[in-house]
Design a protein around this ligand. Structure first.
Ligand SMILES: Cc1cc2nc3c(=O)[nH]c(=O)nc-3n(C[C@H](O)[C@H](O)[C@H](O)COP(=O)(O)OP(=O)(O)OC[C@H]3O[C@@H](n4cnc5c(N)ncnc54)[C@H](O)[C@@H]3O)c2cc1C
Ligand code: SF4
Ligand code: SF4
Length: 563
């Protein structure tokens, strides 16, 4: 950009509230006095509202301004608004800088002189930097209008339903023979009366039919190339391999259960069963009648809270099934738990119901229950938490011995087998528990670290069905927004100097967004790169330049602060 670049410096006094801390007159005077720039300095009252911002936009147009610096509140609040409005005047996004003179100056210094000095140096730094900034142009692609869904549990199916409603075609790749995942293995839901298999069948009807979701069973993903809007997946179906193109990918691979003998020091058998095994038995009337059909003679004990990560799911399952065993078979039912977790839909009232039905609940803490076998009965010793707190005063024995015929144990809920392979194929991250890691747990919970790849359901941590459905809806809205028009992305914002790159692959290993591949030198996907700058700072040969933050820009900005 030539020396004569016209720069507008627009200062916002935030409805005059910053006047008590910032001396706007002094700031304006100092900036205008700087002889080496043709700066147009102006103060506004509320730059984030329509009138002031529209005025600025028209002034930029009328006066041929080429670069704009806004001194206002945190860029977190209005950077996008300012930039999108200013673009209407034809100004390039990279030629707009925001200085935070409110949170970083007016709000943090008691002394007005210090706050003013700080604001002035921030703006001077921005002036020096923007003088060096170059426009970054945009490129665009037309995304493929089909979505790949990996995993055909309720998460994958519901995503298919939602995408179909939005007119987007999807392909579900499920590695088992049929869809339904863990939901299909359940006998009942604790929060609803609809039987799980009927619920799944109903959803499957919704995705079938004309323009319906393509379903590939006994299938798996072998590789995924390309980037957001244009992914190319190799899929193995039985022994055939096919290649398909997709605009976006949804990972809905859920979880698996694992019974850990070490947690209980017990082996599974007909009398010692897991919660999921009980769900299976209860779906088989004959088998359930045989096991539980002797009324009060049958004593059933549920244990929850002995696995590494027990949750409301295991409490909910123990509650719903203890009620069923009381109501249907009149069994004697006990629950021994570390905690009754009822923070879920319908769980609080279910807890009340089982108490009314006579289910007895014990709570243990650090001393875990001990199990022993005598004849046909299993004896469980529980160090009761409430009795133990009174024991010393009232000479009570806090250890309770419960005889039972059937012991129902909660299993560990762990990531699905093969998730490490999928992580590598898709270039996505794990959380510390080896489930898939959301891009931001609060703001972008269904987005992955890689643009165009989304998470739905228990693959990102154990969820109940209503949460899985909410995920499917959010991901589908995001996908609709992504695929509805052309995908725009900055062109030549990041550049690899092929002459300098020695292919050490440091950048590829470190890129948090899986944007880097390589052939003869590192290659960066412009659509995937989020401009975080990690590769730029780590490349041992300084082969990568991020044009929004070049070394020259940063040195100029620092010089501007201190001059
Ligand atoms: C004992 C028990 C009782 C429960 N009771 C309730 C209840 O009452 N109410 C409630 O709301 N929730 C309950 N749940 C939880 C419920 O099962 C889950 O919320 C639900 O199954 C999660 O759905 P999902 O689609 O995320 O995962 P899943 O159901 O696990 O489905 C994932 C699918 O992905 C497939 N898959 C995995 N990896 C791959 C791969 N690499 N390629 C292709 N396909 C793959 C799997 O085969 C599976 O079909 C219970 C869970 C358990 C264990
Ligand atoms: S870190 Fe630098 S030298 Fe190493 S592969 Fe990446 S660009 Fe090339
Ligand atoms: S700047 Fe580098 S490390 Fe960051 S997302 Fe882009 S390519 Fe990856």
């Amino acid at each position: 950009m030539s020396k004569e670049s016209k720069i507008a410096i627009s200062l916002c006094n935030c409805a005059k509230t910053l006047h008590s801390k910032l001396n706007f007159k002094q700031i304006k005077k100092s900036l205008v006095e700087r002889s080496d720039t043709s700066c147009l300095v102006k103060e506004y009252d509320v730059l984030c509202t329509g009138d002031d911002l529209s005025f600025l936009v028209s002034e930029v147009k009328d006066k041929g301004i080429e670069k704009v610096i806004i001194g206002a509140c945190s860029p977190k609040l209005y950077e996008e608004l300012f930039k999108s409005k200013l673009r209407q005047s034809g100004i390039n996004k990279n030629l707009i800088a925001i200085c935070n003179i409110r949170e970083q100056c007016a709000w943090v210094f008691d002394n007005s002189a210090t706050a003013t000095k700080r604001a002035l140096s921030l703006i001077k730094g921005a002036v020096e930097k923007i003088k060096k900034s170059q426009p970054i142009l945009e490129d665009e692609i037309l995304p493929h209008q089909e979505v790949l869904i990996i995993g055909g549990g309720i998460g994958g199916i519901q995503t298919g339903v939602e995408l179909k409603k939005s007119g987007i075609k999807a392909t579900i790749v499920e590695r088992k023979k049929e869809l339904g995942g863990n939901t299909k293995k359940l006998n009942s839901f604790y929060q609803s009366k609809i039987p799980p298999h009927e619920f799944i069948e109903k959803k499957l009807k919704e995705i079938k039919g004309e323009d319906g979701t393509e379903i590939l069973t006994e299938a798996e993903i072998l590789s995924l190339k390309g980037s957001c809007g244009d992914f190319r997946a190799r899929i193995k179906i039985n022994n055939n391999i096919t290649e398909k193109r997709f605009g976006a990918v949804v990972v809905a691979t859920g979880f698996e259960t694992h019974f850990s003998e070490d947690s209980y020091n017990l082996k599974l058998n007909e009398k010692v069963i897991t919660q999921l095994e009980l769900e299976r038995i209860l779906q088989n009337q004959e088998e359930a009648d045989r096991i539980f059909g002797r009324g009060e003679d049958i004593k059933v004990l549920f244990i929850t809270g002995m696995t590494k990560r027990f949750s409301k799911l295991s409490t909910g399952t123990a509650l719903k099934n203890s009620l069923l065993l009381r109501e249907k078979y009149n069994n004697k039912v006990f629950i021994a738990c570390r905690n009754v977790i009822v923070a879920g839909e319908g769980l609080e009232s279910l807890y009340g119901k089982i108490r009314d039905e006579g289910v007895i609940i014990f709570k243990f803490e650090d001393k875990k229950p001990q199990f022993s076998l005598k004849g046909n009965q299993i004896f469980t010793l529980i160090y009761d938490y409430y009795l133990s707190s009174q024991a010393s005063q009232e000479l009570l024995n806090p250890v309770i011995k419960i005889p039972c015929d059937i012991l129902v144990l909660e299993e560990e809920l762990i990531p699905s087998t093969g998730h490490e392979g999928l992580k590598t194929i898709l270039g996505i991250d794990f959380d510390p528990l080896n489930f898939f890691q959301e891009n931001n747990v609060h703001y972008f919970p269904v987005e992955s670290n890689r643009k165009g790849i989304f998470f739905v359901g228990s693959c990102r941590g154990i969820e109940e069905v209503s949460d899985v459905i909410a995920d499917a809806k959010s991901a589908s809205v995001e996908i609709f927004e992504l695929l509805k028009g052309k995908i725009k992305f900055p062109k030549e914002r990041i550049i690899v100097d092929k002459g300098k790159c020695t292919l050490c692959l440091t950048c590829q290993r470190l890129c948090p967004h899986s944007a880097i591949t390589y052939t003869r030198s590192a290659e960066i996907s412009e659509i995937t790169c989020q401009a975080c700058g990690v590769c730029v700072s780590e490349c041992p040969n300084s082969a990568i330049t991020l044009r929004t933050f070049t070394d020259e820009d940063i040195i100029a900005e620092i010089e501007g602060y201190v001059l």
